[in-house]
Design a binder for this molecule. Sequence first.
Ligand code: ADP
Length: 496
Amino acid sequence: MNQYILSIDAGTTSSRALIFDKKGNEIAKAQFEFKQHFPKEGWVEHDPLEIWSSQKKALQSAMSMHQISSLEIKGIGITNQRETTVVWEKDTGKPIYNAIVWQDRRTSEYCNELKEKGMEPLIMSKTGLLLDPYFSGTKIHWILENIEGARKKAQDGQLLFGTIDTWLIWNLTGGEKHITDPSNASRTLLYDIHKNKWDEELLKLFNIPFDMLPRVVQSVSNDAKAKLEDWESSIPICAIAGDQQAALFGQLCFTPGAVKNTYGTGCFSMMHTGQKAVKSKNKMLTTIAWQMNDEVEYALEGSVFIGGALIQWLRDGLDLVKDAAEIEHLALSVSDNGGVTFISALTGLGAPYWDPFAKGGILGLTRGTEKGHIARAALEAIAIRSMEIIVEMEKDSGIKFSTLKVDGGASRNNLLMQIQANLLNAKVIRPKITETTALGIAFMAGLGCGYWKDKASLKDLCEEEKSFTPQYSKSTNEMLKLWNHRIQKILSNESR
Ligand code: ADP
């Protein structure tokens, strides 16, 4: 009988299921989108029941596509959009409110209140996170404060909290298991990443009863079995991890200093820092990468808000290109940026500037400026912003890195990848399978159930599609000089 690994990839806009074989080939994939709810300015919600039903449909479709039965699936891995918060009733399994999504900003004011009370340093030192609405803690607090009867029910032990991994596992096990893993727990503001446990002091601060929280199991473990009505047998759930952490694993970034960058709408960088939780001096996040074989491994994380979104804006806002892939061709129509700098601060600037009020700009225009120059400057901006956070992570960790693993939609752009290699003076490697999140959780699950022997054996499964070797050029230096000079002009007065 054939044996496979099933990945559940519960994303922000869609539920996906992928099946991998022993060689790491993707055998089947099914994906169903679900609705995004925007009830008010700055609020983003999902219907947890729709997440579950679309995820179940994806699982069933992927398996039936090639008539793969539950007996042929050796193990399941679950990876998910992180921080998104669900609270449901223990007895009925009914959510008491929609899932509050990581993007939701409704708890900004509450975060400010806590900051004014001077709570941020304590929270940062325990959790590795900033006090921001992004994370789950203040979202749970909001639900308990604002949904009628919730506070009382929570005190009576009738409510459960979970991030999406926990919610899915609870449903996959028919309400038997209420568990999560340290990579997800470390995004809640309630978890001490150094002690690897829920923190009583933080729970008190956010007024959240301990009994609501899931039990934390290792990221690679064997604590639950999934069973759907139409399956002949149950399947062990062998791995759980947040999406960025799973991608780090899928890029085989297992050793301190290994870095991946995902070029999607935004750019998400993560550096593995080994068994050491590195404190950032530059407001990068410190997070748990995963826990396996009783060892906790850590990572530094930094993100750039505008990555591929800059190309989207050139496409939709300026009609410069018809589709995103055309940008490369346009940028190659000129030999350099022609002195143009595109400061990509369309939604403020994150690390290392932290200027939410900064606005973007295209500077250095002359009568000789062509569309190609603007296209090129846009790609350079994406690469420079990624470089800036990667350099900060290097400084924080004190580890010099030599290769960058890349994935995400915009990583298909060869020119962008070459510019990135030149700027970092490091090799950039793009793998053949760019579904690194789903692959990463499949790898973890496969290690958990003995499908693959060890981490080293995974190397043979990951082929490089293309790599980019840094080339020194004077224009790279020139580009950076102009950037550093011109970005000062667009920073808001508040941060100058
Ligand atoms: P997400 O997961 O955030 O939706 P994807 O990984 O699907 O993002 O990547 C899509 C983003 O990448 C879009 O913002 C798009 O503009 C950009 N993109 C896609 N292809 C290219 C390309 N060839 N060159 C530059 N940007 C691209």
